[in-house]
Write a protein that binds this ligand. Structure first.
Ligand code: NAP
Length: 274
């Protein structure tokens, strides 16, 4: 496995593949792996697990050097549905075990009860189909309830929206207290950080870019980041952010950029912690 920075065994920088269908995911994964990244984030709902697998195969990087995350979509929470859906994901990903399997979203409008799908997640883990299990878009209450339901099994991460403009402090603080690493999705605020004057000013003293500073900030706080790009030069540049060490004063200044700007929301989302 990689010698790159990691958080509880998870490489701290990954490559996100949401909204990258077919060849875009295939190329992106190859470029990310060529850049040295060894953590790929996909999901059943992205419909690109097979393209991620093609990218891994064509990169020539051995499977055992790559950390693969996938996520179970809420459609597959019906009783008895999760295990076969994960087997299908493994087939598409051309592996017999993922490194991390997440519940992608809490069941919209509580269509399925939490204990019914968390117990299926536990069964998938016990069957050895996933090395680690975790959750995504879970609130404080849902995390607490899941811990109780999972018994000895650990939640390896809670993957939530997190970037300089929405630092998601309530859930970040709760997970930190519980020792659950946070994974930041949309760590570049989907491109909104581009041109930010504070990021750009700090970037100058590190011979870096503002986007790299946005990623370095999250990493300085012990957060795992999974930025996405469809462009080779940006994939390389984003991955270089792991080398930037910010000063405590810079981190404090960047904390001040938080403006509660949530980008991923909608009628199916849980009632977020505030
Ligand atoms: N668990 C969940 O519910 C959930 C939800 C959302 C996302 N995710 C995961 O998190 C990953 C990342 O989130 P995201 O894709 O939503 O947002 P993101 O990584 O914050 O931003 C991606 C956007 O930023 C642009 N970008 C990337 N690098 C750049 C750079 N160096 N300079 C300027 N622009 C840059 C990209 O455009 P170009 O492609 O043109 O470079 C793209 O439009 C996803 O791919 C997915 O794996 C998970």
């Amino acid at each position: 496995m990689t010698t790159e920075p990691s958080v509880a065994g998870i490489p701290q920088m990954g490559y996100g593949t949401w909204n990258r269908p077919g060849d875009e995911a295939h190329h992106g994964v190859i470029w990310a792996l060529e850049a040295g990244c060894r953590h790929i984030d996909t999901a059943q709902g992205y419909d690109n697990e097979q393209d991620v697998a093609r990218g891994i195969k064509d990169s020539g990087v051995p499977r055992n050097e790559i950390f693969i995350t996938t996520k179970v979509k809420p459609d597959n929470f019906a009783p008895g549905a999760m295990m076969p859906s994960v087997k299908e994901s493994l087939e598409k990903l051309n592996t017999d075990q993922v490194d991390l399997l997440l519940i992608h979203w809490p069941s919209p409008h509580n269509k399925y009860l939490l204990d019914s799908y968390i117990s299926q997640l536990a069964d998938v883990f016990d069957a050895g189909l996933a090395k680690r299990i975790g959750v995504s878009n879970f609130t404080k209450t849902l995390v607490d309830q899941s811990i109780a339901l999972l018994g000895d099994r650990k939640i390896a991460t809670n993957q939530v929206e997190c970037h300089v403009y929405m630092q998601n402090r309530p859930i970040a603080g709760h997970c930190e207290k519980l020792g659950i690493p946070l994974t930041a999705y949309a760590p570049l605020a989907r491109g909104a950080v581009v041109g930010d004057p504070v990021l750009d000013e700090i970037a100058k003293s590190h011979s870096a870019t503002g986007e790299q500073i946005a990623l370095a900030f999250l990493m300085a706080k012990g957060i795992i980041v999974i930025p996405s790009s469809g462009k080779k030069d940006r994939i390389i540049s984003n991955f270089e952010a792991r080398k930037i060490a910010l000063t405590p004063a810079e981190v404090t200044r960047l904390e001040g950029l938080d403006k509660g700007m949530r980008l991923v929301n909608g009628a199916s989302a849980p009632a977020w912690d505030i």
